[in-house]
Design a protein around this ligand. Structure first.
Ligand code: ASP
Ligand code: MG
Length: 402
């Protein structure tokens, strides 16, 4: 007998029919003799609809009241799902965040979990009940309801799995796992059986939004074995864990990120402190910089290019213009028509020639590279947006083609 935490996302519980399907998965796990704790998100677009309702009344509501409102979505899901399981004649109870002692800090709308109580859940499991917990919500030291940030139910599930020392935390969603590349766009993309936490984090931060990032970080910290799988097809998903051994591939996945802008600063002085001053200006505006490239100096001047998220473009250019005299550059070149393509794989640490293979694939596809950056388990390149899909396909063929 095992203790299994199962989380179902909003689309998996969107209506009565879907709740019945989910109840089938839950009760089958229970009937196999396991202890089952379920975490649910709000049904379908409920959270968005609630936000819209709030905006009609007050466009600037306090975050405390916002959490009061948004937390209701999950409460609807858990009670409905519990009723469904009751109807099947199986013992079940639904519990909110405060009922299980999900203690968070006081940052309304983006609270961090401080402690997860286990006593109540344990007591209910001991009575052989299925326990259904509201995701996304907690309670702070003032006994007020908080929420964990959009997509936070994944984090609720992992936190409970960690606190209860669960054997497995299953995240059910509308995709059936993590793929080598976006299966809707890349021919031959296939589902991974396993992936490491670090690889998952890298892929997630580049747009493969299968899991909430914070949940993966937490799973890594507490060594919670995760599995991402589909609520619609009963097939094995992708396991996310510390080390993987089954697939001896060079890389695990390829991601394309269109939320990238490259900024070139031309004619900076070639003297100590310039990079410091430049990036301090950006840091002060909380602008996150990704890839940085400094060209070799010529005529005592130099160029520095870097990439940022599209949202930050205006703030970045304004900040640079404001400090133009201090930084002493001649012009700023903004290019919004770029994509970042990254290959990710823990196997890179021990294999050589991975970068060369990637660059060969780009050469095959006749795609020019404008920036390159590497880390232990990732290689990213910046390319012209219009060739990005072709580039991804070519890289995929190179690493995963037979
Ligand atoms: N219902 C919340 C949201 O939509 C939390 C979640 O789905 O995980 O963001
Ligand atoms: Mg949701």
């Amino acid at each position: 007998m095992a203790l299994i935490v199962q989380k179902f996302g909003g689309s998996s519980v969107a209506n009565a029919e879907k709740i019945k399907r989910v109840a089938g998965i839950i009760t089958d796990t229970y009937k196999a003799g396991n202890d089952v704790v379920v975490v649910l998100s709000a049904q379908g677009d409920t959270t968005d609809d609630l936000i819209e309702k709030a905006m009609e009344i007050n466009p600037k509501p306090s975050k405390r009241e916002m959490d009061m409102l948004l937390s209701t979505g999950e409460q609807i899901s858990i009670s409905l799902c519990a009723m469904c399981i009751e109807g099947m004649g199986i013992p079940v109870i639904s519990l909110t965040g405060w009922q299980i002692g999900m203690i968070t800090n006081s940052t309304y709308s983006n609270a961090r979990i401080k402690k997860v109580g286990c006593d109540r859940i344990r007591k209910e499991l001991d009575k052989r009940r299925i326990v259904i917990v509201a995701g996304f919500q907690g309670i702070n030291k003032y006994d007020d309801i908080t929420t964990l940030g959009r997509g936070g139910s994944d984090t609720t599930a992992v936190a409970i799995a960690a606190a209860m020392h669960a054997d497995l935390c299953q995240i059910y969603t509308d995709v059936d796992g993590v793929y080598t590349a976006d299966p809707r766009k890349v021919q031959g993309a296939r589902k991974l059986q396993e992936i490491t936490y670090d690889e998952m984090l890298e892929l997630a931060s580049m747009g493969a939004q299968v899991l909430h990032n914070r949940s993966v970080e937490m799973a890594k910290r507490y060594c919670v074995d995760l599995e991402v799988l589909s609520s619609y097809q009963r097939v094995p998903g992708t396991k996310v864990k510390e080390v993987t051994n089954m697939e001896q591939t060079k890389i695990s996945g390829i991601a394309k990120d269109n939320d990238t802008v490259s900024i070139g600063i031309v004619g900076l002085k070639d003297e100590p402190g310039i990079a410091f001053k430049l990036f301090r200006v950006l840091a002060a505006k909380k602008i996150n910089v990704d890839i940085i490239l400094q060209s070799a100096a010529k005529d005592s001047s130099q160029d520095i290019s870097f990439t940022i998220s599209k949202n930050d473009t205006e703030a970045c250019v304004n900040a640079l213009e404001e400090y133009k005299s201090v930084l002493g550059f001649s012009k700023i070149i903004v290019n919004t028509k770029v994509s970042k393509i990254s290959i990710v794989g823990a196997g890179m640490m021990s294999a050589s020639g991975i970068a060369a293979l990637m660059f060969e694939a780009l050469y095959d596809a006749k795609v020019n590279i404008s920036m390159i950056s590497t880390s232990e388990i990732k290689i990213s390149v910046i390319v012209d947006e219009q060739y990005a899909d072709r580039a991804v396909q070519s890289i995929h063929n190179k690493f995963f083609g037979d």
